[in-house]
Design a protein around this ligand. Structure first.
Ligand SMILES: N[C@@H](CCC(=O)N[C@@H](CS)C(=O)NCC(=O)O)C(=O)O
Length: 223
C-alpha cells in the first residue's frame, strides 16, 4: 500500500481529494500549507510542485498534481471505492474525465472570479464591484445547467467524486454570497452531501487546520 501525503489548505479545492481519500478509507496524512504566509511559493514546496498549488499528492514521496489527475488516479488505484461509476468502454471513461475536467477547468476558474476577485485587478473595490458580479453572472449559467442535471447526484442514484467537487464549489461560492434561493436541487445536494461520513471526516480535518491557523494568527476568513 503506498504512503499517501496530501498538501492542503482549508477552504481550497484540496478538499476534493481529501473527500476522495476519506471515501476510499485508506490511511493518509495531510500537510497544511499556510497561504497567508505564501508557503505554497516557498522554495521547499516549489521543489515538490513548481506550480505552487494545492492539492499536491505525494505517492511514496513522488508528487502528483492537478485535481483531474489526482482524482482519476485515486479512482483507478482504488476501484472498489466507487469514486466514479464503473465503466469499461473508453468513450465512457473519457466522458467521466470530461466531467472532472469541466469542474477543474471551467467551474473552478469561475469560483476564483467570485471568491478571489482581487487576483484579477489591483483595485480591491473594483474587484468586488466588477470582477465578482461578472463571475456571479457566469456562475448562474453553470449552476442552472447543474441544477437541471442533478437527480439527486451528478450520475443519478450513485454518489461520485464529481459530487464531492460540486460540494466544494457550492460551499465556496455560497460562503461569499452567491444566491442559493433559486437552486433547490443544489441546496438539497449540499445537505445530502453533509450526511456522508467521509465528507464529515474531511470537514473535521479542515476544521482542525482552521484552529491551528487561528491560534497562529494565520487565518483569513473568506469574504
Ligand atoms: N488546476 C489546479 C488548480 C489548483 C489551484 O488553483 N489551487 C489553489 C487553491 S483552490 C491554490 O493552490 N492557490 C494558491 C495560489 O494560487 O497561490 C487543480 O485543479 O488542481
Amino acid at each position: 500500500m503506498p504512503q499517501l501525503t496530501l498538501f492542503v489548505s482549508p477552504g481550497t479545492c484540496a478538499r476534493v481529494p481529501t473527500i476522495a481519500l476519506e471515501e476510499i478509507g485508506v490511511p493518509f496524512k495531510t500537510e497544511l500549507l499556510r497561504v497567508m504566509l505564501n508557503q505554497q511559493n516557498a522554495p521547499e514546496f516549489l521543489a515538490i510542485n513548481p506550480k505552487g498549488k494545492v492539492p499536491t499528492l505525494l505517492i511514496d514521496g513522488a508528487p502528483l498534481t492537478e485535481n483531474v489527475a489526482i482524482l482519476t488516479w485515486l479512482h483507478h488505484a482504488y476501484p472498489s471505492a466507487g469514486l466514479l461509476p464503473a465503466v469499461d468502454d473508453p468513450l465512457a471513461v473519457s466522458r467521466q474525465v470530461a466531467d472532472i475536467a469541466f469542474f477543474s477547468s471551467t467551474v473552478h476558474p469561475t469560483v476564483t472570479r467570485i471568491a478571489m476577485p482581487i487576483k484579477f485587478i489591483d483595485d480591491s473595490a473594483l474587484s468586488f464591484d466588477i470582477v465578482r458580479p461578472k463571475g456571479v453572472e457566469a456562475m448562474h449559467t453553470i449552476m442552472r445547467m447543474i441544477e437541471d442535471r442533478l437527480n439527486p447526484w451528478w450520475y443519478g442514484d450513485t454518489w461520485s467524486i464529481v459530487d464531492g467537487y460540486l460540494f466544494w464549489v457550492w460551499w465556496r461560492i455560497t460562503g461569499v454570497g452567491f444566491p442559493a434561493e433559486d437552486y433547490p436541487n443544489l441546496r438539497a445536494h449540499a445537505e445530502r452531501s453533509m450526511d456522508r461520513p467521509a465528507i464529515q471526516r474531511a470537514m473535521a480535518r479542515e476544521a482542525e487546520h482552521v484552529e491551528i491557523l487561528k491560534a497562529e494568527g494565520n487565518y483569513r476568513a473568506p469574504r
